[in-house]
Every structure is written in C-alpha cells, then in structure tokens.
Design a protein around this ligand. Structure first.
Ligand code: OSB
Ligand code: MG
Length: 370
C-alpha cells in the first residue's frame, strides 16, 4: 500500500441537545476527520478530541500541528505502511495518543478495505449486534433529567449512565432509581471531579446498586483510586487514567479498578485497544467501549471493537439520533436495544457527500505524494 494523499476535514455538527459533564459543556461536535488515500483504497478516521483540552490534554489544533510536523512525515516515510507498523514508527513522539489513533485508524480502514475485510473481522469480533448504553449529561433540574432518561428507556437503551459532579450526584441517582426501579442497569461517570477526601460522600452512592462509578478521581491519581476502591462497594471503572495496555495492566494489578472503559482514541488506536481487551480478559476484568460523541465514522469503528468477546458490558455507543439530527453516514438505529456491527469492508460505512458538504468547514492537505 502506498499513501498518495492525507487530508484533514474540519467538521462542526450541532448536537440534538447540549451535553454537559463535570469538565465541559458542548452544543456541537467540532473536530476533524482524516482521509487517507492509498493506491489500493481510501480510509477515514475521526479525531476523538475537542477544540479545548478539557477532557484530555489533547486538543484539535495541537493534534493538527503534531500530525503535520511529526506524525505524518514518519508514516509517509515507511517503505510499506500498514496499521500494525504505525505504532512503532510513531513511538519516538511522546504522548499524543488521539492524534496517533487518528492516523493509525485511517490507515487500518484503508487496509481492511483493500482486503475487502470488515474491521470487525480484522479485530476478532464474535458478535453481530452490540447492546447500546446511553450517556446522559448533567441537566439543570432533576425533572429534566427524569424526562430525558425516560425518553431513552422508551427507545430501548439497555443501560443508563449519568454524568455526575459535586452537587449533582446522590440526589439525581436516588431520583432515577426511585422513578425507574432497581432493575435498571445504572452507572455514573464523574470525569475526575472528586478527590479522595470525598470518599465518605461517594459511599452515599453504594446503596443504589450501581454497575460502576467511572473515573471518580484525577487522571493521574492511581493511588487515590486504589484507596477509594477499598472504601466503596460500587465497582470503580477507569476511563481517563487508562492510556495504554501497560497502564491497564498496572491498574488491574494494583486493584485501582474492577472494570475498564476502553476508548480507542484515548489509548492510541484500535490495536492498543485490542491489547487492553486481551489483558482484561486474561484477568477477568469486564470492559466496554467508551465514546466521544462520535459521528457515524468513529461510531462504526467503535462497534467493530465492541463486538469482541471481552466487551461484556453495554457500551457508550448510541444511535445517531441521540447525537445528531443528521449523521455523516447512514444513520445507526436502535433495534431491540442493540446496534448492528457493520459488515462491509473497513468500517463498513461511507461518508455521505451531501452531509459532509453541510458540516465540513475547512479542508487541509497534510501530505501529497510526489
Ligand atoms: O467520559 O465517557 C466520557 C463524551 C465526551 C467526553 C468524555 C466522555 C463522553 C461520554 C459520551 O460519556 C459517550 C458517547 O459518546 O455516547
Ligand atoms: Mg468517562
């Protein structure tokens, strides 16, 4: 495979409703897609980050810079570029997992398409359908929250995740439990909003039988999570803290978490995501696939990953309509609480030119051969 062209397409898609977490409030998804054209096929990927470094240290303009100056030159210098060779080629560059994931994923998509192989098959999928969870943002009132959860349950989502922060935790969880009952698979995500001194307060969540509490403490606070895990009955899941297979192995060995949220973009791509899946499977640690409000491009690829055998908990992969009035691909729809894993070559989806025309705000060439 020879790389002919690498192009970045900046997109802005309005969200159907604002999405508020303990670290940010978004009304649109403003990010970029990467298009890699090779002599054999074309591949697409979606940047996991945002314009501002509020969830992760990475952000769109920084990623563009590091791609242009440091990542793209290393990859285009490869004699035979292939997805499996990207990580080693990029390893001299420290960090920047989301930017690296973008490049590796677009090449992986092209490579799978060149072999007419679905990404799900390449990764080792064992399922055709994936149970869909939904991540529910912080709202102004409990009444508003109950209304939105009720809407999602009517649509068939099989698991509800509530975003929490200090001042919005025990009460919303109590209200959702009271309204929808103890059978509802319910979990919370703090996006690093607490510290170990909040342990006593967080114990107040134990009575609600939550599936997990995601990332209560800081990204770099492994020690804090180890201590907190001894104090809570609710299982701790790590999101932001897990950026590699090595960090996953350490967190498991040290007892910092009982569940891991695998986000391909955060960990540098689908190949590292699969390694984390394998390590977790070997340790009996359940995993699920996290999301970054992806458009159909990234969501299709996440579905391929979530079809692996260790993904035993519902993922944050919802239908297109939960995010966007119009998606960039054909819409993903819920069928009995599940989404279908695309079975066409590569990610199995294509960008609809008309939609891209409406939501692309600029295009930049990062590389052209010759
Ligand atoms: O912590 O999982 C998170 C979205 C943006 C940043 C961080 C997170 C999220 C979500 C959205 O929870 C999940 C989705 O894409 O449906
Ligand atoms: Mg999270």
């Amino acid at each position: 495979m020879k790389i002919e062209l690498i192009e970045l397409v900046e997109i802005r898609l309005p969200l159907v409703r604002p999405f508020r977490t303990s670290c940010a409030s978004d009304t649109e998804r403003h990010t970029f897609l990467l298009r890699v054209v090779t002599d054999a096929a074309e591949g697409w990927a979606e940047f996991g980050g945002d314009p501002e470094p509020l969830y992760s240290a990475e952000f769109a303009v920084g990623a563009e810079r590091v791609l242009l100056d440091h990542l793209v030159p290393r990859v285009t210098a490869l004699h035979r570029p292939s997805a499996a060779r990207i990580a080693a080629a990029l390893s001299p560059v420290k960090g920047h997992h989301m930017a690296k994931a973008l490049l590796e994923t677009a090449i992986l998509d092209a490579e799978c398409r060149a072999h007419a192989m679905p990404l799900a098959t390449y990764l080792g999928a064992v399922r055709d359908r994936v149970p869909a969870g939904v991540s529910v943002g912080i709202t102004d009132t409990i009444a508003e929250l109950l209304k939105s959860v009720s809407g999602y349950l009517e649509q068939g989502y099989v698991r509800i995740k509530l975003k929490i922060e200090p001042g919005w935790d025990v009460e919303p969880v109590r209200a959702v439990r009271r309204e929808f009952g103890d059978e509802l698979a319910l979990q919370v995500d703090a996006n690093t909003a607490y510290s170990l001194t909040d342990a006593e307060h967080l114990r107040g969540l134990d009575e609600f039988g939550l599936v997990q509490i995601e990332q209560p403490l800081g990204e770099d606070d492994l020690r804090g999570h180890i201590e907190l895990a001894k104090l809570l009955r609710t299982p701790i899941c790590l999101d932001e803290s897990i950026r590699s297979a090595r960090e996953a192995a350490a967190a498991i060995a040290l007892g910092a978490c009982r569940i891991i949220n695998i986000k391909p973009s955060r960990v540098g791509g689908y190949l590292e995501a699969r390694r984390i899946h394998d390590i977790c499977a070997a340790h009996g640690i359940p995993v699920w696939c996290g999301g970054m409000l992806e458009t159909g491009i990234g969501r299709a690829q996440n579905l391929a990953l979530a079809a692996l055998p260790g993904f035993v908990l519902p993922s944050d992969i919802s239908a297109s309509s939960r995010y966007y009035a119009e998606d960039l691909t054909d819409a993903f729809e819920l069928d009995n609480g599940c989404l279908s894993v695309p079975d066409g070559p590569g990610s199995g989806v294509t960008v609809r030119p008309a939609a891209l025309g409406r939501y692309a705000v600029s295009t930049r060439k990062l590389y052209k051969r010759g």
